[in-house]
Design a protein around this ligand. Structure first.
Ligand code: KG4
Ligand code: ZN
Length: 342
């Protein structure tokens, strides 16, 4: 009971999350999602997301406190995602966190969303061995990070130069008529298909690209290649083998992600690879990462799917590490920073 009780608020995209942790122990993880409101647009609409956060935040806060069996007075610190993310969405969470911090006289910690995706794993697997490499793959980001000391930030090794991995899943699902969000449905559909049936391109893996972009990703060429392939089929009046296209597309994404992640571990002499973000829920990505990491004696850590997607627990988890490390809180005039660097 000596460990600090930390509450975390997440509103950077379309999930309103409030999590409560004590030390490394998760006590509550309340979530409200506006994903259904964005479905017919095929992607997150910022204005819609902001309004949904405003409606959902206080009820989600109440649910988290009830779930943990604590009151706001019991909380030792409030952490909130202050960036990167959608500007209007971030503002709702940051403004709410400040209000709670001011009213209850609690310290506030503005935290980086990507670092929070890394920190969440501590709730499941305990302290992260450092240094580690983290690969964060979601609808909004695809990054390789070097984690030397999580409480001191993370170092970017590379990122996508166009679409995020999850965005590629969403766009390909859309062109296959599978709905939104695309990741889970492609994951399911791919199980019925042959991942070797179509040779889709692997972005930024040619020797000339590796020189400048060894740890960067590119998925927009892959998406275009899938679109062209499907168009050609339709032009010829042939049926589109949805399962084979899904499986081959998914294989192209997972092949590149895991190859570059393992390369980043080896280049940095790192023995632990952490995978987070919504795409970490992908079943093929998990299998391929394990298979390839094992060959090099690298341990792979993937939090359970519920913790991989955006949530409040990840923000609370990072807040808890910051408090434990004695890091000074943020000021109450803390800004929301949509383009926050690492
Ligand atoms: O982390 P997240 O919930 O939100 C963002 O910060 O974007 O990630 C959502 C993304 C979506 O693009 C979704 O299609 C993808 O994660 N996703 C998956 C799977 N489950 C969710 N992608 C591939 N396979 C999955 N099983
Ligand atoms: Zn995220």
């Amino acid at each position: 009971a000596d460990e600090p009780l930390v509450l975390g608020i997440e509103t950077s995209c379309d999930e309103t999350g409030v999590g409560i942790v004590r030390g490394h122990t998760l006590l509550a993880d309340a979530l409200a999602s506006s994903v259904d409101q964005h479905a017919r647009f095929g992607g997150v609409v910022p204005e819609v997301a902001s309004r949904a956060h405003l409606e959902a935040l206080v009820p989600t806060m109440q649910r988290a406190l009830t779930e943990a069996g604590v009151t706001l007075a019991d909380i030792d610190a409030i952490a909130v995602t202050s960036g990167p993310g959608l500007a209007g969405a971030l503002l709702v969470g940051v403004a709410a966190a400040k209000g709670y911090a001011l009213a209850a006289e609690k310290p506030i910690y503005g935290v980086n969303h990507l670092a929070a995706h890394v920190a969440v794993d501590t709730l499941e697997h305990g302290p992260l061995p450092e240094p580690a490499v983290a690969m964060l793959v979601s609808g909004g980001h695809s990054s390789l990070l070097l984690v030397d000391d999580l409480t001191n930030g993370v170092t970017p090794l590379g990122a996508t130069i166009d679409d995020a991995a999850g965005e590629a899943f969403d766009k390909v699902a859309r062109l296959l008529g599978l709905g939104f969000p695309g990741g889970p449905v492609i994951d399911r559909t791919a199980k019925e298909g042959d991942r070797r049936s179509i040779a889709f391109p692997r972005g930024l893996t040619a020797p000339k690209d590796l020189a400048a972009h060894r740890f960067d990703f590119s998925f927009s060429g892959l998406k275009t290649a899938v679109a062209r392939w499907v168009e050609a089929r339709e032009r010829d009046g042939e049926p589109v083998p949805i399962a084979d296209v899904s499986a081959s597309f998914q294989e192209a994404v997972c092949d590149v992600l895991t190859a570059k992640a393992i390369d980043a571990c080896r280049a940095n002499g790192v023995g632990t690879l952490l995978i987070g973000g919504g795409v970490a829920a992908n079943s093929r990505l998990r299998v391929l990462a394990e298979e390839r990491a094992a060959k090099h004696g690298i341990e792979v850590r993937v939090p359970r799917p519920q913790l991989c997607t955006d949530n409040g627990a990840m923000v609370a988890a990072l807040g808890s590490r910051l408090v434990a490390a004695g890091v000074a809180p943020s000021r109450l005039d803390l800004p929301a920073d949509s383009a926050m660097p690492l």
